[in-house]
Design a binder for this molecule. Structure first.
Ligand code: AMP
Length: 113
């Protein structure tokens, strides 16, 4: 199976600064930020979409969300607020088919569709 962009970042085939890493997850700054803070929290194991999650992935998803919270505190946006987003498939505008949680904040966000 072809490697995702995020697997290539993890294996250093594509340069990117890994800003946080544990045994199971890592985080990078989004290359095309939509806000002053725009971080992607990514499982090291490739799971294509949220649809592919199984019960065994519960701890992994918990770690991803808690990592996003930790990074929100590190960036000092915990009180001003932020948004966590999992885009899924076409209508969700997912572009990288390796799940990742967007942590977005540092400015007033809008909500329009
Ligand atoms: P999504 O549209 O939810 O699949 O999000 C994919 C995100 O990955 C987008 O916000 C892209 O800007 C981001 N992205 C793509 N390539 C890179 C890269 N090499 N380094 C950091 N972020 C990237």
């Amino acid at each position: 199976m072809e490697k995702s962009i995020f697997e290539k970042i993890l294996s250093k085939e594509i340069p990117s600064e890994i800003i946080y890493e544990t045994q199971h997850v890592f985080a990078i700054n989004d290359i095309n930020p939509v806000a002053p803070v725009h971080i992607l929290v990514i499982p090291k194991m490739k799971i294509a979409t949220i649809n592919d999650l199984e019960d065994k992935d519960m701890d992994l998803i918990g770690e991803i969300v808690l990592t996003a919270k930790k990074l929100a505190f590190e960036r000092g946006i915990q009180d001003s607020g932020y948004r966590l987003i999992w885009n899924t498939n076409g209508h969700g505008q997912q572009t990288v088919y390796h799940i990742h949680l967007h942590l977005i904040g540092g400015k007033q966000l809008s909500w329009s569709f």
